[in-house]
Ligand binder design. Structure first.
Ligand SMILES: [Ca+2]
Length: 452
């Protein structure tokens, strides 16, 4: 296994030398293809909408290149040739269940042919569980408005600045011409995430203590996706007997990267970079560490912090252990490390210098002499984390409202955390009868922020 990996490294070094381009072997979907709205690989039942004008304009007809047939064909019912929302407002959504998680790298839209109905601007939303949704954002973190169509039949394709990894996608039209009518397609690949769930006591280690097994690198590349609802924990720990290390830990929902490429009596190499905030929100996040010499880029969800390492050294020397998800003891770490907790949550596609740790561990499972070891009850496979959905009360008048059955006794508990330490935040909950859209009186529970 190691020999193949070395061969691969040699090969990629060679390619980089030739092309002078950065080749990312962790790139999950280099050649995106249509997921199958047009070709109907996505079945009708996997497509939904918040409203529909009539049955001939249902969501199942929102297929790229679909059109209203002049002649009725029982084998290919194309309906009215597009989905058309029944309510013309900005709250309408066309949703697609891709069946499996995908890497989505492009989207295409069309209007309804022959009727001059089309959507000119829309938001994209995505979800891995059909419960918690994220909106696609631009580099400033604000929702990104996608360019739609300018007529009813030309295809407009948008290639995404960064890929979406999700099973569920929603189009949320914001402006349109005449009616909200859409035909769509998505482009990407099936996502094969090699993941595991860590329970706060488990971890994976890769032994590099053998005489031939040490790491000496002038460049480093670490990448992982993670999801947690705990604000603190150790994600990665790699160190050496001489004092070099690379550590990634989470504290108060922020990520900290600590590195030391070598210290002398007069110059410490100890360097810390911080990135991200509120990362314990139970959503998937991605971190990337890329280092070349003293320059370190620490990226969390596409926002990069760059710094130079302290000290005079350029090489990371590791000869003890690479640990993912935690350590056996925090008693004598001897390194810049603040947390005393292992990571709780899910990780997937964990790369450490071109080693896909969870995948290579699975492939070598049971091999005599494997340098991977699982400690504790780490569960491989899809994420097993319970779906606790945190809400951020961003403004004073933010509130959370949910319908509750009349006559039931309800017990409510809060776990809440102020974004800034100096604010003490109180919450207020009250229940009231309210007339919601189906004209049935139901009781609504409202939870509201109340600052002291
Ligand atoms: Ca060193």
């Amino acid at each position: 296994m190691t020999i193949i990996l070395l061969d691969l490294l040699g090969l990629f070094t060679f390619i980089i030398t030739l092309s002078h381009a950065q080749i990312d072997i962790t790139e999950p979907c280099r050649y995106p293809v249509a997921v199958g709205m047009e070709k109907e690989y996505i079945p009708d039942k996997n497509i939904w909408a918040t409203s529909t004008t009539n049955i001939a304009r249902g969501p199942q007809y929102a297929r790229l290149q679909g059109y209203k047939d002049d002649v009725w064909d029982r084998n290919r019912d194309r309906g009215g040739g597009a989905w058309t929302a029944g309510i013309p407002n900005k709250e309408q959504r066309l949703g697609i269940d891709l069946g499996y998680r995908h890497v989505i790298k492009g989207v295409a839209t069309q209007g309804r042919r022959g009727s001059y109905e089309f959507v000119t601007e829309y938001y994209l939303e995505f979800s891995s569980d059909n419960k918690t949704w994220s909106v696609y954002t631009n580099q400033y973190g604000t929702p990104m408005l996608f360019e739609g169509n300018t007529n009813d039949d030309d295809i407009h394709r948008n290639n995404l600045d960064y890929p979406i990894i999700a099973r569920y996608i929603q189009f949320n039209p914001q402006r349109w011409h005449s009616f909200i009518s859409m035909r769509v397609e998505l482009y990407g690949c099936r996502f094969d995430g090699e993941g595991a769930t860590f329970d706060g006591k488990s971890r994976v280690t890769y032994d590099i203590s053998g005489p031939e097994d040490y790491v000496q690198s002038r460049k480093d590349y670490v990448k992982m996706r993670f999801r947690t609802n705990k604000p603190e924990g150790l994600l990665l720990f790699a160190d050496s007997n001489q004092g070099d290390y690379m550590i990634v830990e989470m504290l108060m929902g922020r990520l900290y990267l600590h590195m030391d490429l070598g210290s002398t009596a007069t110059a410490s190499g100890d360097t810390t970079l911080k990135a991200g905030s509120l990362l314990d929100d139970n959503q998937w996040h991605e971190l990337v560490v890329s280092r070349e010499g003293r320059q370190v880029n620490f990226t969390v969800d596409r926002l990069t912090v760059t710094n130079m390492t302290n000290g005079d050294f350029l090489q990371l020397d590791l000869d003890r252990m690479v640990a993912v998800g935690g350590m056996d003891t925090f008693l004598h770490p001897g390194k810049r490390l603040y947390t005393r907790q292992n990571f709780t949550g899910c990780m997937e596609n964990v790369w450490f210098n071109y080693m896909n740790i969870l995948k290579d561990m699975r492939l070598q499972e049971g091999d005599e002499g494997t340098r991977f070891h699982v400690h504790g009850a780490m569960m491989p496979g899809t994420c097993q984390i319970s779906t606790v959905v945190p809400y951020t009360f961003a403004t004073l008048d933010s509130y959370l409202e949910m319908p509750i059955a009349p006559g039931n006794r309800l017990r409510i508990g809060f776990h809440f955390r102020p974004q800034y330490r100096r604010f003490a935040v109180l919450a207020r909950a009250h229940a009231e009868w309210a007339d919601i859209n189906d004209h049935q009186l139901r009781r609504l529970l409202r939870i509201q922020r109340e600052d002291s």
